[in-house]
Write a protein that binds this ligand. Sequence first.
Ligand code: 16G
Ligand code: ZN
Length: 528
Amino acid sequence: LLSYEDFEKLEVQYPKPQINGGIRYGTAGFRSNSRDLPFVMFCCGILAALRSRYLGGQTIGVMITASHNPPGDNGVKLIDPQGEMLEQSWEVHATDMANCQTAKQLYEFVKQFIDTYKLHDAVANIAWARDTRPSGEYLARAVEDGAHCLKSNIRAYKLLTTPQLHYMVRALNTQSTTNPYGQPDEEGYYRKLAKSFGSILKDAKISITVDGANGVGAIKVAELAKVCPQLDLTVVNYHTDVPNALNVECGADFVKVQQRLPNNVKPEPFKTCCSFDGDADRIVFYYTDSESKFHLLDGDKISTLAAMFLRDLVAQAGVNATVGVVQTAYANGASSDYIRDNLKLAVEVTPTGVKHLHHSAQRFDIGVYFEANGHGTVLFSPEALTQIFQYEAQSPAQKTAVDLLRSLTELINQTVGDAISDMMLVLVILSYKNWTLKEWDSEYNDLPNRLVKVLVPDRRIFETTDAERKLIKPEGLQARIDSVVKKYSKGRSFARASGTEDAVRVYAEAQTRPEADELAVRVSELVS
Ligand code: 16G
Ligand code: ZN
């Protein structure tokens, strides 16, 4: 650790957040207006170094991004050695550090941490990346300065998508093991994807239009296309040089919430289109029909497609592995029914936030998880992978199925949801089934639904249970919601405090559009 004097000099460079009630490391890490973040970033640099020392020098990732938030925001997330989210018990350390009031307080915290865990002589390795937000460059310097307080080795990837950094961290930490995840650089990432995509699709050529949200995903998906001859790619909203364009009237969040085309995508009947969010860890698909009507295929549609395909493939291969699906309360009720009743697969529901879904999916041999907003992936358990790779096919049909399964385990980013990798997975499945988005969409019909943001004086009084589907506080409110919901055919509604905004979110779905809208309004009135 630096001397206190050096430490103090560094620390004064980075102003503390002026936020009432402090700042908290939540489901999306720290996220706020970029003005509030220099000191927070400095702390995260220190914390990443402490975490790396604590884990025997394994590389810890630091991703600087605010995803789909407005351009003026930014944020930071730490990535654990296998590419997972930071272990939950360390989130409190992040919060404690970021809320220190003086340099002295932070210095004492770090010193005591080092003493408690005997981290004096350990080495630290850190890898950071950022999205295209202009504030990212300065904030990255704060991360580096924090990490340098503990004499860390730093690998600066600079511009990457969030899932690319997750890939790099896992690749770095498995480099010299018997099971390397991939080459820990961009070329390695593209090559891994392009190789499996190419081995599956051979000389097919697949067209897709990608709305890059004017963010980092636009640049990176174009890089991939250069080494992937099967991909006939059109990128729109790639203006990363116009900072204020990020996520504005475009991107996955805009399309999902507004349920309409983003800027610069013209309605061409049945054209295959998708949108990434600002850091390319979410994707939604859509098309317009011959009447220019817009059709959205969100995370629920992606997970049902993937689950169905993998279930059939496993059966064809004769591999003994069960496929399960993990969703949140926001999943459309029609999708959950379809998975249970048509696909005959298990569905689990967890609270909102990738880490909850990811954990739950790890309990299946093959766990498919997606949030309705388009974040998700597929996880293969170590046992399932061993089976798939050691399996000896008994027939040519089995061999074809096993080979495809093997390629898919390479194509899918198993560290975290990845818009680029998810896009390729969907294209492979559609190509195999010879489906357009229309056939995919017709597997089941989404129930009409509405999401409303309700401003309340204090959202902390809203406490939920049962994977956020029921309120236990304020007392009596759930009973009132239930009695309203009862009046609507196929009605379902719930309210929960947002983890990223100062508001309560109300979700409602019902048999018809007017009913869903009315239910949303009535429950919102009960909440506010
Ligand atoms: C965060 C979560 C995302 C979730 C969203 C909900 C991660 C990496 N991100 O962005 O999964 O859908 O929060 O936001 O976990 P809300 O709490 O404001 O509804
Ligand atoms: Zn994102």
